[in-house]
Design a protein around this ligand. Sequence first.
Ligand SMILES: C[S@@+](CC[C@H](N)C(=O)[O-])C[C@H]1O[C@@H](n2cnc3c(N)ncnc32)[C@H](O)[C@@H]1O
Length: 214
Amino acid sequence: MQTAGTSLKQRAIGYLVGQARRPRGLVGWANGWMFALRPSNRRRNLWAVSLLDVRPTDRVLEIGFGPGIAIAAFAGRATRGEVFGIDHSRAMVRHAARRNAAAVRAGRVHLAQASVERLPGFGDPLDAVLAVNSAGFWPDPVERLRELRRLLRPAGRIALVSQPRCPGATSDTTARAARELQDMLTQAGFTDIQVETLDLDPPAACVLATSPAS
Ligand SMILES: C[S@@+](CC[C@H](N)C(=O)[O-])C[C@H]1O[C@@H](n2cnc3c(N)ncnc32)[C@H](O)[C@@H]1O
């Protein structure tokens, strides 16, 4: 039987998941600070960028950049390339634009409020794509990944990171999330799939894959 207490708890969890899916309003703005300051969030973002092995001339895209931690790390690596980011939350675009203001002014970082299901154009093919704790929110993620594969150059790289934030998440939850990401990437036509794990609580998994060369 559902008690008033459990229904309230479910509603609170639903609200928090909705805020993670698309942070908005004052709570969304506060969430942006939490995403940016939480040490495990920072570590998983910097780790994911390091795994993509970005070169100075690379053109990279992040989907669902939140407060823009990985965007800043990309900008520090792709010093002669370009960094693109989209996030459908206006609050997150404002956070990330403030964090990366100098690189945005210099025309090296381009941030847009857009959703992955309506991708804007990025000009020439991309070298790498990243999404950290975002792909789980996308509608029809396999179709989204097919579209992203078409934006990558042959042998371009993608990294999808998951650190489950549901109550009680363990290393098993992370392993399950990694398997789901692997399946989605395979169905979307990516190859050379590789899984790396970062020892956080719970662990973060990064699933790396390549767009086929032809
Ligand atoms: C849990 S937050 C993670 C933020 C950041 N990547 C990090 O690790 O701190 C998920 C982010 O994905 C964005 N997002 C979710 N679904 C999206 C979609 N369909 N298109 C674009 N952005 C999306 C949200 O607005 C939010 O900023």
